[in-house]
Design a protein around this ligand. Structure first.
Ligand SMILES: Cc1cc2nc3c(=O)[nH]c(=O)nc-3n(C[C@H](O)[C@H](O)[C@H](O)COP(=O)(O)OP(=O)(O)OC[C@H]3O[C@@H](n4cnc5c(N)ncnc54)[C@H](O)[C@@H]3O)c2cc1C
Length: 428
């Protein structure tokens, strides 16, 4: 099918989070395309998701961000550590023990600053980023997405047309919701409550920037993410019924739960809580399809996985880059049908499935990483690679064969790697 319309640009991107700005930077700078990003907020704005994992480095380096992040003075993160339900800390896992690549030092970022830097980078690359512009709907003609209808902060609505739209709207997941494509993960049905503390106890030296995961017996876990300026992001993830059992006052719930892990209690009691308490549900989902004619999904707008291993920003950056490569190829071949994105969806889903299996193992009472590597030393390296985010185009079959002897692992989900498609040419 040929589509003959006049376009405002080559690619419209909805949302200027890490997925959207990565895609925008690559498409504008590397591929020389005309890109418009529409972001409903004015930056800087608060966003959860501060802890990066080592393999974020690869995409950040591709788009010229690593030196800038080092120069900005974000808290350096060199390890992850686990605390058992009795409050005992296990030996930290240092990334440098696994690799001497620069990615062994990653960052704990205040997202308001990180996202702003990413937005500025996209602008510098040549993308036009419009803040305070909310996308309201999609322009769909004969089942082909032709662009969006949006509203600026003064209430003026307008239409914007492009042969390809990338939905990077995060957990708002505009297209996924509109088409009722959201499929929740059957087991990973948790909620999170979180806040910020100032002056909490910090571990010294190389451990200062460690992400800590502290278990609450049979219920869930806390995160402790040390940021710059003596601030800590702290949150709990557990079943909704458990957390809401005595009411829905987030502060009361948080203060009650802190007492369930000695390490958390001891660290936070030295500090002072400030700002809001936040809550998030719908903890793990994936869209039925990764694309349709004229549109592709990236970042949380495509899939969201329980963040116990801090995989979210990595997946946003990676799908942003992979999605951008697929869009550039589609435009070059003058075929922007959903079919063009099937390979993208398959690669991404395969990568996510490895991490999803690890998340399932984490929630399995019979599982511990230590048991696996003690018994099967040959998979230690693969386990670490997987945990630090080396997810795309790897084969971890042997690892999960061994992990599966300790924990019940899920089958791969069929959806997400699929597209809704016909033949569409991007002739203008
Ligand atoms: C409780 C919790 C803890 C987490 N912890 C971590 C962590 O420690 N480490 C980690 O890596 N990840 C973590 N994550 C995940 C991480 O926050 C996300 O995976 C990541 O931000 C996804 O990036 P994105 O670009 O896809 O979406 P976002 O960062 O959400 O960006 C989407 C953008 O789209 C904009 N937008 C939305 N709707 C519209 C619209 N209609 N029009 C225009 N713009 C729109 C939004 O304003 C936003 O700026 C956590 C998530 C949760 C819920």
């Amino acid at each position: 099918m040929n589509v003959n319309v006049s376009y405002d640009c080559d690619v419209i991107i909805i949302g200027a989070g890490p997925a959207g700005t990565t895609a925008a930077t690559i498409l504008a700078e590397e591929k020389g395309l005309k890109v418009i990003v529409l972001e409903k907020e004015f930056f800087p704005r608060y966003h959860v998701g501060e802890s990066l994992i080592p393999h974020c480095w690869d995409t950040l380096d591709r788009i010229g961000m690593t030196e800038r992040l080092n120069a900005k003075g974000f808290q350096c993160k060199q390890s992850v550590q686990f605390v058992n339900p009795d409050g005992e800390l296990s030996a930290p896992f240092y990334f440098s023990q696994h690799t001497d690549h620069p990615r062994a030092k990653t960052w704990q970022v205040e997202r308001e600053e990180f996202d702003q830097m990413m937005m500025e980078r996209a602008r510098e690359a040549g993308a036009e980023v419009r803040e305070g512009v909310k996308v309201l709907d999609f322009l769909e003609e004969d089942g082909i997405i032709q662009g969006v209808r949006a509203q600026d902060h003064e209430g003026v609505t307008f239409e914007l047309r492009a042969p390809v739209t990338m939905d990077a709207s995060g957990r708002d997941a505009l297209f996924q919701r509109k088409k009722k494509w959201r499929k929740r993960d059957p087991k990973l049905n948790k909620i999170a409550i979180w806040t910020l503390y100032r002056g909490a106890k910090r571990d010294p030296g190389i451990d200062e920037g460690a992400t800590t995961v502290a278990y609450v017996k049979e219920k869930g876990w806390f995160w402790n993410i040390p940021l710059r300026d003596d601030i800590v992001s702290t949150g709990i993830v557990a079943e909704r019924d458990y957390l809401y059992r005595d009411g829905r006052d987030l502060k009361e719930i948080y203060e009650r739960e802190i007492k369930n892990n000695k390490w958390v209690e001891e660290h936070l009691s030295e500090g002072e809580q400030f700002g809001e308490y936040w809550v998030a549900g719908e903890y793990s989902y994936r869209a039925e399809n990764c694309a349709t004619d004229g549109l592709v999904l990236i970042g949380d707008a495509f899939a969201f996985l329980d963040p116990v291993f801090s995989s979210g920003v990595y997946l946003a950056l990676t799908t942003g880059a992979m999605g951008a490569d697929a869009v550039a190829k589609a435009l070059e071949e003058n075929d922007v049908s959903g079919e063009q994105f099937r390979h993208y969806g398959e690669r991404v889903c395969r990568g996510i499935e490895w991490m999803r299996k690890l998340v399932y193992a984490f929630y399995d009472d019979d599982f511990s990483f230590k048991d696996v590597v003690m018994k099967y030393a040959e998979v230690r390296r693969d386990l670490t690679d997987c945990l630090i985010g080396d997810l795309m185009d790897r084969d971890y079959t042997e690892l999960f064969d061994r992990v599966g002897r300790f924990a019940k692992l899920p089958d791969d989900l069929a959806h997400g790697r699929t597209v809704q498609s016909r033949q569409v040419q991007s002739v203008s």
